[in-house]
Design a protein around this ligand. Structure first.
Ligand SMILES: Nc1nc2c(c(=O)[nH]1)N[C@H]1C(S)=C(S)[C@@H](COP(=O)(O)OP(=O)(O)OC[C@H]3O[C@@H](n4cnc5c(=O)[nH]c(N)nc54)[C@H](O)[C@@H]3O)O[C@H]1N2
Ligand SMILES: Nc1nc2c(c(=O)[nH]1)N[C@H]1C(S)=C(S)[C@@H](COP(=O)(O)OP(=O)(O)OC[C@H]3O[C@@H](n4cnc5c(=O)[nH]c(N)nc54)[C@H](O)[C@@H]3O)O[C@H]1N2
Ligand code: SF4
Ligand SMILES: [Mo]
Length: 710
């Protein structure tokens, strides 16, 4: 053996001096893949590897984001001390100084302008315990009616659609394990291959078992590639398409009469409405050929089992609720729900996109999916919280409407936890203007995000590697994410930060918790008897069973994998069919000579949301380091746009600069830009401020733009 080789082996042996492992869950999407981070120390260097851990939802799988998530959590730019803005610069201060300043400012604002002058903006990337506590902090700590969260921009149309139709909202009505056995699957406006990659094997198995897959998307994506039929719809016309499917199923007498009679209301009205619609009109409006529409409808109706999934493509529209309900009409009239291998799923977005929409962060909601306007619900929660029901505020307004109220000067102070609305809100220029008008602004984050830059105080939070708590995943399965590493520097857990602020404000007696589990035990009580009932779930059970589907009302209840087997959640136990107009009530922007193209927005595999986290990961940033505009080569030619050049995209609200990317996979009338970049590449500078009247979801998925080379 040569000297060199010997030296190599000697070094290799000494290489790993110690090894530590941390059990955790990926901080990103709703799959909540369980994983272990292995930390090896090599001389003075640390090497990290993430390994998937077996669990009932993801079976040990991980995607590239999970494998590299530690790169942002361990990044040198994590904030590790409270920061106070002094003369325009952030300077590190002690927790005492930051908290005293918060007390002084909040007291001043509320004394002068009333309780509702303070607002809270939360997140679906925090734990159930933290989401629950943030709702309690707003109502009891600040006594303000103004609280909402980033999930408004995400799951609100699906939630409202399901609540109106079924009387309850849990993303998936069936466990994922049923997908491989379903005979026909519709994927409407969902790009699971890039957005929930570890879900894909369920659908691939279904295909192997002979299922017929139908995708509805204006673009060909990694998801539409596995479909047998792709309806390349004109953006924003899904509600009309759903009506078309319903019409074909009724006309062809493929409805499930027994199911409609015994399990639903409203069929006569639906039939009458649909009878007046014309399929040729719908084909023209949606630009989906009638033959393809017919194929999709007949396949779905005729197979013995079927599942239908929606995501933000159809939901992030000013008629998102209507589109969801339109597709639920398809599910209901064919009786494809409440039985094995048949059901509906709104594919949840953020890590805790499910749980964080159940426990009181929404403007009109109390824990357990209770209503803040219902007297019984108010009385129940007031008792759990030890306050007088009359002291509980009434409902507030949605996320974007809070920004408008800040801009109008009605709201003066803001606590923001785990969100980046300067990038993620529609009409982002107005949002930035509003944030700059705040008298007092506290941001709680891991980093100095684009939004945190506007803050007066930034408080350092703990990341997924450090913070223990429960997350409810895409299946409605509650999971326990263990804390593994200590917080860096003086960072604290989000729940600790809420408790300390409450205590500073003299409300400490309502926030006496010493662990996340303490908070969970109160959440269990608060959710007892509600729709999202967690009262039978304990940390011990979660450790032993690896995850439990809600509702779980008793300690010996196994959890509920499949919903609606015998009844829906409305008082009469029936589902509500609904009459959906082809045209949205709030008009969508139409293309004009001035703005001749549709813009639609979405995601790529390597980045997450506004990119604050994933752009810090060298491995992920290397895959996509800048934003782009997907454009059809023919359209590009018509606008003198070469491939891979910088282009300007303009809407009536603003303009951005991104790189062109020719693609035969997109419609000729549409361009696509991802959402993961900020500043001059923030696509939300272009998006308008119209909201779905039913759920206040912004119309993120369509606006009219013009493009030109630079
Ligand atoms: N890699 C990655 N994964 C993520 C995220 C991420 O940022 N990056 N975010 C997570 C979150 S919070 C969410 S909410 C989910 C989102 O998950 P998805 O909703 O699946 O993702 P999007 O890319 O926003 O949109 C899905 C598809 O809708 C299509 N679409 C656009 N307009 C229309 C339309 O008018 N009609 C129809 N039928 N389709 C349309 C787009 O072309 C796109 O392929 O992903 C989660 N997972
Ligand atoms: N045009 C367009 N706009 C969109 C969408 C779209 O499809 N098109 N999608 C919308 C959707 S679905 C969503 S979900 C929103 C999301 O929008 P945002 O919530 O604004 O996006 P994130 O990038 O997740 O911001 C999270 C912030 O919290 C910080 N953070 C991460 N973990 C923690 C933690 O544990 N504690 C604390 N305190 N902070 C933490 C991160 O550093 C980051 O700054 O964007 C919406 N905006
Ligand atoms: S991003 Fe989603 S699919 Fe990928 S590892 Fe994380 S939780 Fe799993
Ligand atoms: Mo989302």
């Amino acid at each position: 053996m040569t000297e060199r080789l010997l030296r190599y082996f000697r070094e290799k042996q000494q290489d790993v001096q110690s090894e530590k492992t941390y059990d955790t869950q990926c901080p990103f999407c709703s799959m909540q893949c369980k994983m272990q981070l292995v930390e090896q120390t090599i001389v003075t260097r640390k090497r990290y590897t993430a390994i998937g851990i077996h669990n009932p939802t993801t079976l040990g799988r991980l995607c590239m984001k999970g494998m590299n998530a530690h790169q942002h959590a361990l990044h040198a730019s994590r904030i590790t001390r409270p920061l106070l803005k002094k003369n325009g610069e952030f300077v590190p201060v002690s927790w005492d100084e930051a908290l005293n300043y918060i007390k002084e400012q909040v007291t001043l604002i509320q004394a002068k302008h009333g309780h509702d002058a303070m607002a809270v903006y939360g997140s679906a990337s925090i734990t159930n315990e933290e989401a629950y506590l943030l709702g309690k902090f707003a109502r009891v700590g600040l006594q303000t009616k103004y609280i909402d969260y980033n999930g408004r921009l995400c799951m609100s149309a699906a939630a409202t659609g399901a609540n109106q139709t079924f009387g309850a909202d849990r993303g998936l009505t069936n466990p994922l394990s049923e997908i491989p056995h379903s005979r026909v699957i519709i994927l409407a406006g969902t790009n699971i291959a890039e957005c929930q990659p570890t879900i894909m094997p369920y659908f691939e198995q279904a295909k192997e078992n002979g299922a017929y897959l139908i995708a509805i998307d204006p673009r060909e994506t990694a998801t539409t590639k596995i479909a047998d039929l792709h309806l390349k719809i004109k953006p924003g016309t899904d509600a009309a398409l759903a009506n078309g499917l319903v019409k074909i199923i009724i006309d062809e007498q493929l409805i499930n009469e027994d199911f409609i009679r015994t399990r639903t209301n409203g069929f006569d009205e639906l039939k009458q409405h649909i009878g007046a619609l014309n399929l040729e009109d719908i084909a023209e409006q949606t630009n989906v050929p009638l033959e393809q529409m017919r194929k999709a409808a007949m396949k779905f109706a005729m197979e013995t089992s079927g599942m239908l999934f929606t995501a933000r493509g159809i939901e992030q529209q000013t008629d998102g609720t209507a589109a969801v309900r339109g597709f639920l009409n398809v599910v209901l009239i064919t009786g494809k729900i409440g039985k094995p291998y048949s059901g509906y799923g709104a594919i949840t977005g953020q890590g805790n996109g499910q749980g964080a929409r159940e426990h009181g962060q929404k403007a009109d909601q109390l824990p357990g999916y209770r209503s803040i306007e219902n007297e019984d619900h108010r009385a129940y929660i007031a008792k759990v919280w030890g306050v007088n029901p009359d002291e509980l505020p009434r409902k507030g307004v949605s996320a974007y409407e809070m920004m408008e109220k800040i801009n109008d000067g009605d709201i003066k102070g803001l606590f923001l936890m785990c969100s980046n609305p300067a990038v993620s809100s529609p009409n982002a220029n107005l949002v930035k203007q509003a944030l700059s008008k705040l008298t007092f602004f506290v941001a709680i984050d891991l980093f100095i995000s684009e939004t945190a830059k506007f803050a007066d105080v930034i408080l350092p939070a703990s990341s997924y590697l450090e913070d223990e708590g429960t997350m409810t995943n895409v299946e409605g399965r509650v999971t326990l994410r263990e804390a593994s590493r200590p917080c860096p520097g003086e960072a604290k857990h989000d729940w600790q930060i809420i408790c300390e602020i409450a205590s500073t404000l003299g409300k400490g007696r309502y926030f006496p918790y010493t662990s996340a589990e303490d908070i969970f035990n109160e959440l269990r009580e608060a959710s007892r008897g509600g729709i999202a009932d967690y009262s039978g779930i304990t940390y011990d059970r979660l450790r032993q069973e690896g995850g439990i589907h809600w509702p779980c009302p008793e300690p010996d209840h196994p959890g509920t994998g499949r919903l609606f087997e015998d009844s829906f959640a409305h008082p009469d136990h029936k589902a509500a069919l609904s009459v959906i107009p082809n045209e949205p009530v709030v008009p969508k922007e139409k293309t004009t000579a001035e703005y001749p193209l549709f813009l639609t927005t979405g995601r790529v595999m390597s980045h997450y949301l506004t990119g604050v986290q994933t752009r810090k990961s060298a491995s992920l940033a290397a895959r996509d380091f800048e934003s782009f505009m997907e454009i059809h080569p023919k359209t590009a030619a018509a606008h003198n746009i070469e491939d891979r050049v910088l282009v300007n995209i303009e809407s009536p609200r603003g303009s951005i600069t991104v790189r062109s990317k020719w693609s035969e996979h997109i419609r000729k009338d549409t361009v696509f830009v991802p959402i993961h970049w900020a500043d001059a590449q923030n696509v939300n500078d272009l998006i308008g401020d119209s909201l779905d009247p039913a759920c206040k979801m912004p119309g993120f998925k369509v606006c009219a733009v013009r493009v030109r080379p630079i």
